[in-house]
Ligand binder design. Structure first.
Ligand code: ATP
Length: 367
């Protein structure tokens, strides 16, 4: 097993920089997701770790071993891609056994490991099937099993679930966690799906335009986003990001939202300190839909809004509110009832709110 250290890792295609000076430490036995929108450099990073792509600059260490000049087959990595690369003319058994046969393991040992992997992947009753007869879901299970069975120190998975249907994706997420638990491998997982990253990873590296935006546990990137990109990318629906005016009043600061009203930055709390740190800057106020509250229109405080749309989405109801010049989303429980056109007030507990610099997008006062 191995920790992976990327230092200043850069990949250029001609004049275009696909990965820009990436520094990342992936601890031994951890499950790390590389997350970001299409084209942000996730696969290129993965390919450099695997040795499929040569880095333009920077270092790749597996523990203390510099692997940058090693070919893929000498790096002890296993990988699985979005499009299952399995031998369709072979049986499931032979596909699972392939990597072990190449390594010339004893037949009894190969048989033991193939049956163990088949049980883990719930493929026991498919072992003698030709792979060409398998469903798309089963093919990807074979592809994952075939790579994991050789127990590489590092296991790289590039969007392995994106071709699968939603129910099976959820099932496979659990299976992948079991797999990692059993084999204790260092796993790097490329995905553009933040829910997948949140549910699987010990840590998430959020990337955009070839640059690392934030690296932390799912709770850290969700609760303490370092910039508006991360704030917006994590969470569904995404965080409300509302440009506002900082207003000083009677020695305290509040946030002005035009005709919709003001929100008090709250006595001596952390938000008051953040607002002070932001003095003079254009700011963006951030609040997650689940952290907003809807109250009757005539109480004190909060912002005035009108319900413009109500969206039932499975376990929750998303209420869209029109404030004076902006729109916010509020996540309520499944049975929440409100009429379109109703006048309401929306309040935000300051301890759960965020503040960003409008020019740089960076979080203010995160420390
Ligand atoms: P996706 O999920 O769409 O694969 P990604 O985040 O994995 O996105 P990469 O595949 O790493 O992104 O690509 C990063 C950028 O580098 C993209 O703009 C892509 O077009 C570019 N790129 C990748 N490979 C090459 C190549 N061989 N030649 C030129 N440009 C490339």
């Amino acid at each position: 097993m191995a920790a992976i250290r990327l230092s200043h890792l850069t990949k250029k295609f001609g004049a275009f920089t696909a990965v820009d000076a990436l520094d990342l430490l992936i601890p031994d036995k951890e499950f790390v997701a590389l997350l970001g929108p299409s084209g942000c450099g996730k696969t290129t990073t993965m390919n450099m770790i695997a040795g499929i792509e040569q880095a333009t600059e920077g270092q790749i260490l597996f523990d203390d071993r510099d692997v940058r000049r090693l070919p893929p087959n000498q790096r002890d990595v296993g990988f699985v891609f979005q499009n299952y690369a399995i031998f369709t003319h072979m049986t499931v058994y032979d596909n699972l056994a392939f990597g072990l046969s190449v390594r010339k393991l004893a037949r009894a040992e190969i048989d033991r490991r193939v049956r163990e992997m088949a049980a883990l992947m719930r493929l026991e009753d498919r072992l003698e099937w030709p792979s060409s007869k398998l469903s798309v879901n089963e093919l990807q299970k074979v592809a994952i099993g075939r790579s994991a069975i050789t127990e590489p120190a590092i296991f790289l998975l590039d969007e392995p679930l994106s071709n699968l249907d939603a129910a099976f994706r959820a099932f496979m997420r659990t299976e992948l966690k079991h797999l990692q638990h059993q084999f204790q491998q260092t796993m790097v997982y490329v995905t553009h799906d933040q829910i997948e990253a949140m549910s699987l990873a010990d840590r998430i590296a959020v990337m955009n335009l070839g640059e690392l935006q934030q690296y932390g546990t799912p709770a850290e990137v969700y609760n303490r986003p370092r910039n508006t990109f991360v704030a917006n990318f994590m969470g569904s629906p995404s965080m409300n990001l509302l440009p506002c005016r900082l207003i000083a009043e009677a020695g305290a600061l509040c946030f002005g939202f035009g005709e919709a009203g003001r929100l008090d930055a709250g006595g001596d709390g952390a938000m008051q300190h953040r607002a002070r740190a932001a003095a003079g800057a254009e700011v963006i106020f951030g609040v997650r839909p689940e952290d907003l509250e809807i109250a009757p229109p005539d109480g004190p405080g909060g912002l005035k809004g009108v319900v413009s749309f109500v969206e039932p989405v499975g376990p929750r109801t998303i209420v869209h509110l029109k404030l004076a010049e902006q729109t916010v989303k509020v996540a309520k429980e499944k049975r929440y009832k409100v009429s379109i056109g109703a006048a309401v007030r929306v309040t935000a507990p300051m301890a759960k709110c965020h503040l960003f610099d409008a020019a740089s997008g960076e979080a203010i006062g995160l420390g």
